[in-house]
Design a protein around this ligand. Structure first.
Ligand SMILES: NC(=O)c1ccc[n+]([C@@H]2O[C@H](COP(=O)([O-])OP(=O)(O)OC[C@H]3O[C@@H](n4cnc5c(N)ncnc54)[C@H](OP(=O)(O)O)[C@@H]3O)[C@@H](O)[C@H]2O)c1
Length: 148
């Protein structure tokens, strides 16, 4: 099974100004919908509270601190499992990731913002796989990597 981190990031690797931000600056929502349709999406409880719309057509798992990431992944029935944030949830699933899909936006957030990973014990080596056009006029692409 593919375990895919998907995120909208700023040029300095931030995903939000703070834990309660309703993200309105990302431009990859249509692509996110296409890629996750029919698959499983895993999100943290903070992210669950910020979602404006229901993620219809997808198996949805909301993570709480007492839940074990490997056990959650063991129960996934779809071929792909998307880890959709936020920073703490990306971190908890880091050891299990097979792919990273990062859409880089032309923004820089201050250093008190939330980074992609709130904590990470070891480096990750990535292999570039694909680049998807999100908004080429604004230079916004999704970069797809495989975790080595
Ligand atoms: N740019 C993007 O692509 C993107 C994507 C997704 C989310 N976001 C943004 O990311 C932000 C949310 O990220 P986040 O990292 O704050 O939260 P999160 O990962 O969405 O959810 C928090 C998770 O951490 C757990 N937790 C909270 N306090 C803990 C503690 N002291 N010890 C252990 N576990 C703890 C929570 O469990 P409990 O439920 O048990 O507290 C929950 O599982 C929002 O602003 C959202 O909009 C951005």
């Amino acid at each position: 099974m593919d375990v895919i981190l998907t995120a909208a990031v700023t040029a300095n690797g931030m995903i939000a100004h703070h834990s309660e931000e309703i993200i309105q600056w990302s431009e990859d929502l249509q692509l996110f919908r296409e890629q996750t349709m029919g698959q499983t999406v895993v999100m943290g409880s903070n992210t669950g509270k910020t979602l404006a719309t229901e993620l219809d057509g997808r198996e949805m798992v909301v993570m709480h601190r007492h839940m074990d990431p490997s056990r959650v992944l063991g129960e996934v029935k779809t071929g792909k499992c998307f880890i959709i944030g936020g920073a703490r949830t990306y971190s908890r699933f880091a050891p299990f990731l097979t792919h990273l899909y990062l859409t880089v936006h032309p923004l820089v957030f201050s250093t008190d913002s939330l980074p992609l990973f709130s904590e990470l014990e070891s480096d990750m080596r990535l292999e570039f796989r694909n680049q998807v056009d999100v908004n080429s006029d604004r230079g916004i692409y999704q970069f797809q990597y495989r975790v080595l």
